[in-house]
Design a protein. Structure first.
Length: 97
C-alpha cells in the first residue's frame, strides 16, 4: 500500500507529531552558563548529512522563526531548520558518555 492509498482510507488517523521539547536539565544548564536566548538549528555536514548547532542568539528575529519560551529561556528555531528538528528533545547530561 502506498501513502496515497493510506491517506484515502476512511479510518486513517495520522500519527501525532510532537513539537521540539527542552528538558528542565537543559534549561537550567543554559541559564547557568548565561544563555537566555539560544538558537537551535541544523546545518549540512557530519556523518548523517546534518549537524546540530546551538549558539547564543545574536541576530534579528525573523517572523518565520519558531520561538519556544520556557521560563526565562527562549529557544529560537530558524524556519529553515524547523522541519528537521520536529520531534527532537533537547536534554543536558554531565556524564562522561
Amino acid at each position: 500500500m502506498d501513502a496515497r492509498e493510506l491517506l484515502e482510507q476512511k479510518d486513517f488517523v495520522p500519527p501525532e507529531v510532537k513539537d521540539i521539547e527542552i528538558t528542565d536539565a537543559a534549561i537550567n544548564r543554559l541559564l547557568q552558563v548565561g544563555y537566555k536566548q539560544v538558537e537551535f538549528s541544523v546545518e549540512g555536514g557530519g556523518c548523517s548529512g546534518m549537524n546540530y548547532k546551538m549558539i547564543k542568539f545574536d541576530r534579528e528575529l525573523n517572523e518565520r522563526d519558531k520561538v519556544i519560551k520556557e521560563g526565562e529561556l527562549e529557544l529560537i528555531i530558524p524556519f529553515s531548520s524547523f522541519v528537521y528538528l520536529v520531534g527532537t528533545q533537547v536534554d543536558y547530561s554531565d556524564d562522561l558518555l
